[in-house]
Structure formats: C-alpha cells, structure tokens
Design a protein around this ligand. Structure first.
Ligand code: PMP
Length: 355
C-alpha cells in the first residue's frame, strides 16, 4: 500500500519554467534584466530584521497604497503570492467539478494546469491567424457551464494585445454569472493608446451595475520583483472577498510586501525603465523583421517567433550561442527583451539561424 494521491494528477502537464543555464544569457522568463533599485534593496534589508514575526496576512499597507494609486476601495483589492496564485484563487473561488474555464490558446501556460488542479474543465479558443485573441470566438464558446474566462492582455507568449472597443464589446456579451479576468501581467509595457487599462475598464463596467470583471497585475515584471512573488487582483467587493476566503494565511511574505511598497515609491523610475525597454523592443522586432522573421506586433516585454516545426532547432541554435529562449515545441519561441547587449547577442544568434 502507498499513499493515495488523486489519480487525475498523473495526467497533469508540469509547468515548465524558463531554464537558467550557467554562463548563458537568460531571455526565457520575461523578467527584467536589471536588478532591484537600491531603495528597494534597502527596504528589503530593513524588513529582514523582523522576519521572526509573521507578516500582515491581509497585506494592509500595500492594499492601502494600491487603493490610492488605482482609485479603487481597499475592500476591492486582494494581494497574492504572484498573480499566478491569484489565477488559481480565482478559479478556486468560482469553479467546482464540471464547471468550465475558458481561455485563449496559446496563452499563459498556467491556465490549463490550474484549471485541472481545481478539477474544473478547460475550454481553449484558438488565436486568430495573426496570433491575437479571438474575442468573438471566445464569446461564442461560452456555455452554461462556463464560470470564468481569462483574457490575457497583452497575451503571453504572443505579445499581441486587444483593443478597448473589442474588450468592451466582449464584456458586454459575457453573462453576469461568468467572471472575466483581465490578466495584465505586462500592462506597464503597453504603449498603444488603444489598448485598455483594465482597471479603468472594470470601473466603468462596475458603474453600470455589473460586477463580473476582475483585473490581475503583478510586481514580477515591470517592477522587477519576480523572485519575491507578489501580485494583486482588483475586482468587485464580492470577488475580492472570495479571493480572501481562499487565501493561504500569511502567504504573501513580509519582504515581498515592503518591496512592493518601495517599488511603488520608485514607480516613476521603474516606468521610465519600461519606456527604455519598449524602445529596445521596437529595435529588436525591426531587426528580426529585416532578417526575414515573422514577428507579431508586441505590447509586452518579449517577442514571439512563430517558427512551427523549426522551433526546437532554433532553440538549440540559440543555446549553442549561449542565449536561452523559451521554446514551445512545434509552435514558436518567445524571447524576452533584455539589456541592449543581451538583445544584441540574441540577434546575432537569430541572424545566423537557417530557416
Ligand atoms: N499572467 C501572465 C500572463 C504571465 O505571463 C505570468 C508570468 N509568466 C503571470 C500571470 C504570473 O506572474 P507572477 O505569478 O510572477 O505574478
């Protein structure tokens, strides 16, 4: 006899994180390549002297700061251990066995895994031929069993973004008892004014008496705190309350909470860094286009190369040249925008790849 674990777990695909290869440039996990700002490091070091105490379980000080920044009441904000944990909490809060979670595909790899862990059923809606979300097809795919829809904007791994009118039209079509989750992990890299700010879109939706839109944001990308695991959700009071019900107590650690607040203090500097990255993104994409690659327009801190069956060979080619990209077998490669030097090393590799 051995321990009985859930038989369905053996069917679960593992989450495959971007690899770190010693001595190689890592452009595989959409992290920012610059380390945290000195002020953030200082705040973490100061807080380190009190880690014998449990953290504030509700992340009260951070929620208060976010409330002021976003113009949303504190009761409508829930902090979590990275937005991936909040994705799971949202599915836990809305779904039981037999309920459906709808999402575009290809999109963030955690969506199908989380759905299966919770015991819900996944429905994937293919992207458009241009690698963007097909919101009309997603609206049509909603069934009476659908409880939650992920709208990843910009989409990971393709970088494409849907526009305000499209998202507004979509949320109008979604029934009131289905939660739309606007996953905005890459929001700070958006420079297209036609791409919505999900929180503003949600506020307008709520003001029409409809509460079924929530927004996810993270400190892992633009704010450079991937290693500390902190993100937040903004939703109706009922949704935020449900998220707090499925919290793991004390989940968000004390260092993450102070680092997030220190990052908000340093926000202008961090957002300036994002603008520099956006310029680099334009350069990298232009270079790749000039080298003959198909590269969908991207609003995130990465580019997508839909290489199909050549993906594995491209991955190996880059690895041989000490650049780690993220390959999705048979589909494409996602490459994070790094520092100009890192991007140059990647471009040298890409230019010498024979397709
Ligand atoms: N959503 C999307 C679309 C992502 O790409 C990621 C990270 N890869 C996350 C959520 C989760 O980020 P984190 O848990 O670090 O906040």
């Amino acid at each position: 006899m051995s321990v009985r674990t859930r038989p369905d777990l053996s069917l679960l695909p593992p989450y495959v994180p971007g690899r770190s290869v010693p001595g190689a440039i890592k452009l595989a996990s959409n992290e920012v390549s610059a380390g945290p700002l000195p002020s953030v490091v200082r705040a973490i070091a100061d807080a380190a002297t009190s880690v014998n105490r449990y953290p504030d379980s509700g992340s009260g000080a951070l929620v208060e700061r976010l409330s002021g920044k976003l113009g949303v009441p504190e009761e409508q904000i829930a902090v979590g251990c990275g937005s991936v944990t909040l994705c799971q909490q949202l599915v836990q809060a809305t779904c039981g066995e037999g309920d459906e979670v709808l999402f575009p595909w290809r999109s963030f790899e955690a969506y199908p895994i989380i759905t299966q862990v919770v015991g819900a059923t996944q429905r994937r809606v293919p992207l458009t031929p241009e690698h963007g979300l097909d919101l009309d097809a997603m609206a049509e795919a909603i069934t009476p069993s659908t409880r939650l829809v992920f709208v990843c904007n910009p989409n990971n791994p393709t970088g494409t973004a849907v526009r305000t009118e499209e998202v507004e039209r979509f949320v109008e079509r979604v029934p009131d008892d289905v939660l739309v989750v606007l996953d905005e992990a890459y929001k700070e890299f958006v420079d297209d004014p036609h791409v919505p700010d999900g929180v503003e879109l949600a506020k307008a939706h709520w003001s029409r008496g409809r509460d079924n839109v929530a927004v996810l944001r993270t400190f892992s990308k633009a704010y450079g705190l991937a290693g500390l695991r902190v993100g937040y959700a903004v939703g109706s009071p009922q949704v935020a309350d449900a998220l707090r019900k499925v919290y793991v107590p004390f989940g968000v650690n004390a260092l993450a909470q102070v680092a997030a607040i220190a990052s908000l203090d340093a926000e202008p500097e961090l957002l300036e860094r994002c603008r520099g990255l956006v310029v680099e993104r334009g350069r990298v994409r232009a270079e790749l286009l000039a080298a003959g690659y198909e590269v969908p327009e991207t609003q995130a801190n990465f580019v997508w190369l839909p290489l199909g069956e050549r993906t594995a060979a491209f991955n190996e080619h880059c690895l041989d040249r000490k650049v780690v990209v993220r390959a999705f077998a048979g589909d494409g490669a996602r490459v994070t925008i790094g520092s100009p030097e890192e991007n140059e090393a990647f471009l040298v590799a890409a230019r010498s790849f024979e397709r």
